[in-house]
Every structure is written in C-alpha cells, then in structure tokens.
Design a protein around this ligand. Structure first.
Ligand code: HEM
Length: 140
C-alpha cells in the first residue's frame, strides 16, 4: 500500500463511522447472502459482533501507517478464527461483503482510487491473517 492509499482508507473509514451500526448490519446480511455456509459459525449476538468488528477495523485502519505495531494482535486474532471454524476461503467472501458495504455507505466518495486502496488494504490484512493462521503454503 502506498501512503496515499493509507490516507484514502483512513479518510473514507471516518466517513462511514457515523453510520457504522447500519453498515455492520448491511455487511452481515450481504455476507450471509453470498456465503450462507458461514452463518452457523456466528453464535453470539450480531449487534455485539458488529460493534467488535467495527472497533477492530478502526484500530487496524488507524494503524496502517505503522502496521507492524499491531501485527502481533492481528496474528492472535487470526488464530482465534481457526477455532471459530473459519477457513482460508472465507476471507474472500468477507472482503467482498466489506467492499460492497463501503461502496453503498460511501456513495460518491467510493471513487476508483478508494476502491483500489481498500482492495489493497484488505488483501494485505487477509493475506497476513491467513498466513499466520494456516501457514504460508495455505495462503498461496
Ligand atoms: C479480515 C478481518 C477480520 C476481522 C478484523 C475480524 C474481527 C473479529 C473480531 C474482533 C471478533 C471477536 C473476537 C473475540 O470476541 O475475541 C471476531 C469473531 C469472529 N469472526 Fe472475525 N474478523 C475478520 C475475519 C473473519 C472472517 C474471514 C470470518 C469468516 C466467516 C470471520 C468470522 C468470525 C466468527 C465466526 C467469529 C466468532 C463469532 C462468535 O463468537 O459468535 N471473521 N472477528
């Protein structure tokens, strides 16, 4: 990711924060539409799950300029996901649902540059998580 990509991800994320509860609901309904097989993995309250997801994304997005400081915590989170029954292939569906939600939440601010920056950011995060949780071979 270039420094410009990081700036774009951070500024667009700030724009969706005021509507983050609605964005989280949209995200899960889209995720369960495109990947119904992951629905049974979620056992808890979905409003609470949505808050955790947004809070974690906020930390990751806020740390993009100094990503190495949060990588140990992200590695731990990735390994917890194996226990939740998450498979490497599920990351693509989550990424697609996330980008779909951002596109709708941002409207005209979802420019081609913003789309590229978010695609790069999610690829960086998910490749790292998959590598940590399942080993580098599975990530390829
Ligand atoms: C890529 C970035 C991701 C982030 C930032 C993220 C974030 C989180 C967080 C913060 C939690 C709560 C952890 C806790 O309470 O200790 C969680 C739980 C969970 N995540 Fe993720 N997650 C990601 C990817 C995924 C993917 C790809 C899936 C696949 C479907 C997934 C499915 C789940 C499930 C099933 C739980 C547990 C739900 C429950 O306990 O009912 N996550 N995630």
């Amino acid at each position: 990711m270039t420094p410009d990509d990081v700036d774009l991800v951070q500024s667009t994320f700030e724009r969706v924060r005021p509507i983050s509860e609605a964005a989280a609901r949209m995200f899960y309904s889209r995720l369960f539409e495109i990947a119904p097989e992951v629905k049974p993995l979620f056992k808890g309250d979905m409003a609470e799950q949505g808050r955790k997801l947004i809070a974690t994304l906020a930390v990751v997005v806020g740390s993009l300029h100094s990503l190495q400081t949060i990588l140990p915590a992200v590695s731990t989170l990735a390994k917890k996901h194996v226990e939740y029954g998450v498979k490497p292939s599920h990351y693509a569906a989550v990424g697609a649902a996330l980008l779909w939600t951002l596109e709708r939440g941002l409207g005209a601010a979802w420019t081609p540059e913003a789309a590229k920056a978010w695609t790069n950011a999610y690829a960086t995060l998910s490749n790292f998580m998959i590598g940590e949780a399942y080993g580098r071979v599975a990530a390829e």
